[in-house]
Design a protein around this ligand. Structure first.
Ligand code: NAP
Length: 492
């Protein structure tokens, strides 16, 4: 395992300057693959820092809202270039901080770069519409205008891509931002904000405040100067945020959990389905909101598929995510590891059969990190905890079904509806699935994860607040509509 001993200190970024927390408090950030590896210390902030950040965002809004979208786009493009010049280095830091493999860390950094580039183009697209009027002399049209200072609150599992896909459209459309990243991944947040600063972003347009949910997140969402909140994280916190803003007019975007099904019909290309089931469920250690969590398989092929799936999952290489041969890294922290191992035990207790993995891995140097063996359950009852609850780890359950109708009923019978896939050669069944599945993102013959920046991202049911992120959808959330009537002066 690689250990870096020289850990740096990082502050908040408020009104264009890096500064320590007002209280002087700091928090450590350690590598989940090896807790001896201290990545850095970060500001452990509180309400005073949040207040300073919101004040800076409010002040900056006055000039940023009328800055040309073309000037804003040029800053995003420059920031993308800066990140691109550091992609491998930042990808490596992401891997040390979050635990996904180096290939995935570099890949996610590339995705953030792609998002900045895409948004730079999107904000230069036509905005608003021209309408006919009852009065032929009236010029009647709409414009989309920014909202004001917005809060961006992000999870740890995509520590640079998710902040980029919220912050780029937020500022691109003329808002200013107070950004509270997950406490477990503040370094990627610092790197993104550094790139924006170096690209010439004016002071106060983005303000970064690191620290806990209670001391930073809570005062941030309660402050009435915040006009909108874009949040990605757990369903439980999403529900709390709804209550927090219920008595004021704050726009709220929630991207929450998933329990994503992959249906495999009897006519599917089995080898292809196996490949996508493994990568969909296990890549990024299963810590994706879109990870495949339920393999819903036609009973006629279930035994053969399950046995081959178990072989492939047992043969995954789990270890130091910085090592080239590693396919699966650690989970994010000790509490996640305990929770996932506990859920695996509950799954056993419920009567499902462990066919691969089944607990913590602490041999071969893995004891100093949070490693969970990629786990496959057979014989999962769709109504059980394993069939219903988001596990957010490297755990996949197989549910056997009697054909398409049974599969779709079980796939839909969960509280979530983020992403879903089907493997089949039958075009009719594929099209029926696209029509019938209750999910915001639907795949035919590919794994459930996937979030290209040019298309909307979000879920049905408890997975989302109906609003969508990315693509053209980002304009909907980060702007409001003004309807304009212009009449000529009398006599002209
Ligand atoms: P989380 O515990 O809900 O935390 C998300 C963020 O919210 C963190 O920055 C956290 O701060 C902050 N936070 C927590 N409580 C808060 C409060 N009361 N007020 C304000 N901020 C608060 O989620 P997580 O464990 O980081 O992420 C995993 C979850 O995210 C999973 O359920 C996953 O499915 C979901 N997710 C969804 C998507 C999607 O697009 N649908 C994408 C990725 C992840 P601290 O870090 O300081 O606690």
């Amino acid at each position: 395992m690689t250990v870096t001993t020289s850990a740096q200190s990082y502050g908040n970024y408020i009104a264009g300057a890096w500064r320590p927390a007002t209280s002087g408090g700091t928090m450590e950030n350690r590598n989940p693959a090896n807790t001896d590896d201290l990545i850095g210390t970060f500001a452990s902030s509180d309400a005073a820092d949040v207040d300073a950040a919101i004040t800076a965002a409010e002040e900056a809004f006055e000039s940023w809202r009328i800055t040309s979208p073309i000037a804003r786009a040029n800053i995003l493009i420059k920031a993308a270039e800066i990140l691109a010049s550091r992609q491998n280095e930042i990808g490596r830091e992401l891997t040390r901080e979050e635990g996904k493999t180096l290939k995935e860390g570099i890949g996610e950094t590339g995705r953030a770069i792609q998002i900045l580039r895409y948004v730079a183009g999107e904000i230069q697209q036509p905005s608003g519409e021209h309408y006919p009027s009852m009065n032929p002399q009236t010029l009647l049209y709409t414009v989309r205008e920014p909202l004001g200072p917005v809060a961006v609150i992000t999870p740890w599992n995509f520590p640079i891509a998710i902040p980029a896909w919220k912050i780029a459209p937020a500022i691109g459309f003329g808002n200013t931002v107070v950004f509270k990243p997950a406490s477990l991944t503040p370094l990627c947040a610092v790197r993104l904000v550094e790139a924006l600063h170096d690209a010439g972003l004016p002071a106060g347009v983005v303000n970064l405040v690191t620290g806990s949910a209670s001391k930073v997140g809570d005062p941030l969402v309660r402050d009435e100067r915040i006009t909108a909140i874009s949040f990605t994280g757990s369903e439980q916190v999403g529900k709390e945020l709804k209550k927090t803003v219920a008595d004021r007019n704050t726009k709220l975007q929630l991207e929450l959990g998933g329990k994503n099904p992959a249906i495999v019909l009897a006519d599917a290309d089995m080898d292809h389905a196996l490949t996508h089931l493994v990568t969909g469920a296990m890549w990024s250690t299963g810590q994706k909101c879109t990870a495949t969590s339920r393999a819903i398989v036609d009973r006629r092929i279930a035994d053969e598929l399950t046995s081959k799936l178990a072989d492939r999952i047992r043969n995954l290489t789990v270890g130091d995510p910085l090592a080239g041969e590693t396919q699966i890294g650690p989970v994010i922290d000790e509490s996640a590891m305990q929770r996932i191992v506990g859920d695996i035990d509950k799954g056993r207790f419920e009567g499902a059969e462990v066919l691969a993995g089944g607990g913590r891995l602490s041999d071969n140097g893995r004891g100093s990190g949070y490693f969970v063996a990629p786990t496959l359950f057979g014989g999962v009852d769709p109504a059980s905890m394993l069939g219903q609850q988001e596990l957010f780890g490297p755990v996949l359950g197989v549910i056997s079904v009697d054909g398409y109708d049974d599969a779709i009923a079980i796939a839909n019978n969960v509280r979530y509806g983020l992403s879903a896939s089907i493997f089949t050669r039958d075009l009719g069944k594929a099209m029926a699935f696209v029509r019938d599945i209750q999910a915001g993102i639907v795949h035919v013959n590919s794994e459930t994860p996937g979030a290209e920046p040019q298309v909307p991202f979000g879920g049905y049911k408890s997975s989302s607040s109906y609003s969508r992120e990315q693509g053209k959808a980002s304009r909907e959330f980060f702007t409001q509509t003004k309807t304009v009537y212009i009449d000529p002066p009398p006599g002209s």
